[in-house]
Design a protein around this ligand. Structure first.
Ligand code: NOJ
Length: 557
């Protein structure tokens, strides 16, 4: 693989509202981020993905943008942002912005104009359509947040398309004026010095001509007509040729329902590369089906086969992203690990399971200290629009409040959006305000950054060690991939090889002690053990009883 700078980065994701509040209004802000740059650097990260900080009415917490070229007063000013950029760069930390261009807020001036009249110059910026004769929407598409995909406007007697919330009208990317706006937005931030973009649901930006009916399913009906739209390549090529190629920057595209073949089509290195890498969702469905709400028991087999499939398929062709958490999914320890008895052990093991693979790693705020789901008991306590919509829809289907709440406690995105737990003082050190904007997980007295920094055996210090090893040994980033013991119901075992170096990784996903026997031809020596989440004594490493959630990393050569 070629050695582009973005392949060696460790990216830390910040969801600003819940990161750190510097001005005591209960909301995280840019000043708070600046105050934690040394912490991020010390963790070993050298890039930040900043979730949206633009002005927004916050129906989808920043993913409904009302002005692409400004900073929300909740978070600060453009000058504050420039200071952040300067301070980050000074420390060798890159910053990528969230580029949300599939839709805007319904409070964006383009949308306000577009609904004034059919001859308004902005009318065609969105998908306005006449309904079917019987007062029905133009087609049967449904929002990915549950509920209808169209909303009626009486004044125009037309409907507008929104693949997400009602307040997030979809932009009509087929309109060249819209694409020009997108390019202007990109240039605005790149000229200021940002290092690239995480592109929100970027694979949805081209919709099939005629907007035909979709296969009738209750959520995201119609997705087959936009998940891989007819002009996606063309539009991405335009953004790249006209803008991105002229800057030293990188891009990562978010792509629900992405397959390795399609990811390669979009990200394969060479002149047709559209984006540098993609976020796929497959490994996030080892305990659910399509959405986090359609739950099933965690399947190690599914996790392993997805992780390994992407490692093998992209090797030598395109570049992987590695992540287990972000602001859209519940906390990983509460899902694939054990957030009670073995929180620390399983948190470290999960880190090993993905951070020893090839690709650019992403770590979400709080993941590095093993934050867990908050499990809010009542729907009124939730903020997330997707959770509220699913609740409404499921009630409509006749599900009881109790039943839906037991799902929400596990599946809601709000589990990942509680404020970062910095210390054990009031409000977890997140804010000096009396009341933070959102609930703080009561376990902050035990789980917080300060105590993790002090404890040499903490999850945080384990992440630091692992990141350091990754930096020192290119086999972590660039090695090839071979899985062992594929059929094991307890272990995920794989090796990586590069220039005579071999990495051998053992992860037990069992909450019980289980017997491990090295595969034929592998000779594990204690001297080669570079990282473990238990203090392994000098016994035979080729055969041992692995403790619950035990992880070991060996390096040879
Ligand atoms: C993906 C974002 O990560 C998510 O938070 C948002 O709700 C949707 N896209 C819509 O923008």
């Amino acid at each position: 693989m070629s050695k582009d700078f973005y392949k060696d980065l460790i990216v830390y994701q910040i969801w600003p509202r819940s990161f750190c509040d510097s001005n005591g209004d209960g909301i995280g802000d840019i000043g708070g981020i600046i105050s934690k740059l040394d912490y991020i650097k010390d963790l070993g990260a050298d890039a930040i993905w900043l979730s949206p900080v633009y002005p927004s009415p916050n129906h989808d917490y920043g993913y409904d943008i009302a002005d692409y070229m400004d900073i929300s007063p909740d978070y600060g000013t453009l000058d504050d942002f420039k200071t952040l950029l300067f301070e980050a760069h000074r420390r060798g930390i890159k910053i990528i912005m969230d580029l949300v261009i599939n839709h805007t807020s319904n409070e964006h001036k383009w949308f306000i104009e577009s609904k004034k009249s059919e001859d308004n110059p902005y009318h065609d910026y969105y998908f306005w359509r006449k309904g079917k004769s019987d007062k029905k929407p133009p087609n049967n598409w449904k929002s990915t947040f549950a509920g209808p995909g169209w909303t009626y406007d009486e004044h125009l007697d037309k409907w507008y398309l929104h693949l997400f919330a009602v307040e997030q009208p979809d932009l009509n990317m087929d309109n060249p004026k819209v694409r020009k706006e997108v390019k202007d937005i990109m240039r605005f931030w790149l000229d200021m010095g940002v290092d690239g973009f995480r592109e929100d649901v970027i694979t949805f930006i081209s919709k099939k001509e005629g907007l035909p009916d979709g296969f009738p399913i209750p959520v995201a009906c119609g997705i087959e007509h936009y998940k891989k739209g007819p002009h996606l390549h063309e539009y991405l090529a335009e953004f790249k040729d006209d803008v991105l190629a002229h800057y030293d920057c990188f891009t990562v595209g978010e792509a629900p329902m992405m397959t390795p073949e399609y990811a390669i089509e979009l990200t394969a290195e060479g002149k047709d590369q559209r984006l540098n890498m993609m976020f796929h969702f497959e490994h996030m469905q080892a305990d659910c089906f399509i959405t986090d709400f359609l739950q099933r028991p965690f399947s190690l087999k599914k996790y392993k086969s997805s992780m390994s499939k992407w490692q093998k398929a992209l090797y030598g062709k395109a570049w992987n992203t590695l992540y287990l958490e972000n602001h859209d999914h519940p906390r990983i320890i509460s899902r694939y690990g054990d957030d009670k008895k073995y929180r620390v052990e399983s948190g470290k093991m999960l880190a090993v399971s993905y951070l020893c693979q090839g690709g650019t790693p992403f770590i979400y705020q709080g993941q590095e200290i093993g934050m867990t789901n908050i499990r809010l008991p009542e729907i009124e306590m939730y903020e997330d629009v997707a959770t509220k919509n699913v609740y409404k829809m499921a009630r409509g289907f006749g599900l009881s409040d109790k039943m839906i709440m037991s799902l929400a406690k596990k599946a809601s995105r709000d589990n990942a959006r509680t404020p970062v737990q910095w210390n054990d003082s009031k409000n977890a050190g997140f804010t000096a305000a009396e009341k933070p904007w959102f609930h703080i997980n009561p376990n902050y007295t035990e789980i917080n950054v300060e105590s993790d920094l002090e404890n040499p055996n903490s999850i945080l210090n384990f992440y630091k060690k692992l990141i350091k090893l990754r930096r020192e040994n290119p086999v972590f980033t660039y090695g090839n991939f071979k899985e062992h013991m594929e059929n094991s119901k307890d272990f995920y075992v794989y090796e990586r090889n590069l220039d005579g170096k071999k990495l051998f990784v053992i992860c037990s996903f069992s909450n019980k002690a289980v017997r491990f026997k090295a595969p034929k031809g592998i000779n594990l020596e204690y001297e080669n053990l570079i990282l473990a989440n238990y203090n392994s004594r000098k016994t035979s490493d080729n055969e041992f009883t692995a403790k619950p959630y035990e992880a070991r990393v060996y390096l040879f050569g």
